[in-house]
Design a protein around this ligand. Structure first.
Ligand SMILES: *Cc1c(COP(=O)(O)O)cnc(C)c1O
Length: 396
């Protein structure tokens, strides 16, 4: 049996490789941070991590995790509702809700699970989910698991959203689902307009804050802060795997009854292990830090503004961004790969994206800024971009 299947898999793998889409992994042999060492022995500056607040190697979080490891052990060996809940998990959920200005929160092993488990328990076939076309894969999968009628609007297109809402008046309940920040462009969803339309057409709103939490808004409380909508959005989902320390874990936070019902019926919560005590403890320490100081958010915003301004000055075409994601537009797929390769040789680790990850003719290099970058790191990246950009004729 396997011989035939093996042949089939080989040809699938070959076609992925021939299309130039085979994903190879670069191996890091240092902690995740601004300056990393890769397995070739090279030291490079990292501009492609979701480590927006630079917390992946933060001393305070590491200490909190170590303490919990000593005091609470390694793993929970249980789902939450059997014997997988420590006071640490409850404390972390409370801190997540405080951070977002919501009523309650529920933890998952990942945001992929939070999104996978949020729609199906809440909505049925008499309801509607209206989804942005660029939403994250986990939202798309979560929607697939739910029987509600599906509507889709082009990225951030409010006319299309309104049209969907009109059609969805036929359904019992309506939920609009959107990413807070879209990860390829760095644009923020127009939550003000989405909320307005939701009010007008009697719909609820779900925002995935994975790339926006810790980043967007003056104090990094996400898109709801940016648009003065704290406490008004029914559902936020998010990850502990990006800004918030980068380890692992996800959450859903919002209205109390929604969270209550998810605890009863959300399958990734009911049938998957609880996050390790050390991750919960480090998460608590992280939210305490967020409550105490805005230093990291301020530094991130300064770094992003500085990088974007200098890159534009150098002549690069940067997509308008309200996040820490800067898309350096090149419009040519082979060029994006070549440029990323040459930048790596200059010690700048960035990734080039092209179709089908982004639309045809929209190839780019995505740069992710961090509070962990020092000005000197940013200057080195800008100098390398300028040098290689000139070499490849991207800028004059
Ligand atoms: C990264 C990401 C996720 C997945 O988060 P994990 O915790 O790594 O599973 C979900 N949604 C969005 C929008 C993301 O960017």
């Amino acid at each position: 049996m396997y011989t035939d299947f093996q042949k089939f898999l080989r040809s699938e793998l070959d076609s992925i490789e021939q299309a130039g889409l085979y994903k190879n992994e670069r191996i890091i042999v240092s902690p995740q941070r601004a300056e990393i060492k890769v397995s070739t022995g090279a030291d490079v500056l990292n501009f492609c991590a979701n480590n927006y607040l630079g917390l992946s190697d933060n001393k305070e979080l590491i200490e909190a995790a170590k303490r919990a490891l000593d005091e609470r052990g390694f793993g929970m060996s249980s789902v939450r509702f059997i014997c997988g809940t420590q006071d640490l998990h409850k404390a972390l959920e409370k801190k997540i809700a405080e951070f977002f200005g919501t009523e309650d929160a529920i933890l998952y092993a990942a945001c992929f699970d939070a999104n996978g488990g949020v729609f199906e328990p809440l909505l049925g076939e008499e309801d509607a989910i209206i989804s942005d076309s660029l939403n994250h894969a986990s939202i798309i999968d979560g929607v697939r698991l739910c029987k509600a009628k599906r509507y889709r609007y082009s990225n951030a297109n409010m006319e299309e959203l309104e049209q969907c809402l009109k059609e969805a008046q036929a359904q019992r309940f309506r939920l609009i689902a959107t990413d807070g920040v879209f990860s390829m462009d760095g644009n923020v969803c127009p939550l003000d307009k989405i909320y307005e339309l939701a009010q007008k057409y009697n719909a609820m709103v779900m925002v995935d804050e994975s790339h926006s939490a810790g980043v967007v808004g003056k104090t990094g409380r996400g898109v709801a802060e940016l648009y003065n909508l704290r406490g008004k959005i029914e559902i936020h989902t998010g990850t502990l795997g990006k800004s918030f320390g980068g380890a692992v874990g996800g959450f859903t936070t919002g209205k109390k009854e929604i969270i209550d019902l998810l605890r009863q019926r959300s399958r990734p919560y009911l049938f998957s292990n609880s996050i390790p005590p050390m991750v919960a403890a480090a998460g608590c320490a992280m939210f305490d830090m967020m409550a105490r100081t805005n230093e990291l958010q301020d530094r991130l915003h300064e770094n992003t503004d500085y990088f974007v301004a200098k890159m534009k000055e150098a002549g690069f075409d940067i997509k308008p961004t309200q996040s820490a994601i800067c898309a350096v537009m090149l419009y040519d797929a082979p060029l994006s790969q070549k440029m990323a390769e040459k930048l790596l040789a200059e010690g700048i680790y960035v990734v080039g994206f092209y179709y089908p990850v982004v639309p045809k003719g929209q190839a780019r290099i995505r740069v992710q800024i961090s509070a962990g970058h020092k000005k000197e790191h940013l200057d080195r990246a800008i100098a390398a971009f300028t040098k290689i950009g000139k070499e490849l004729g991207v800028i004059k």
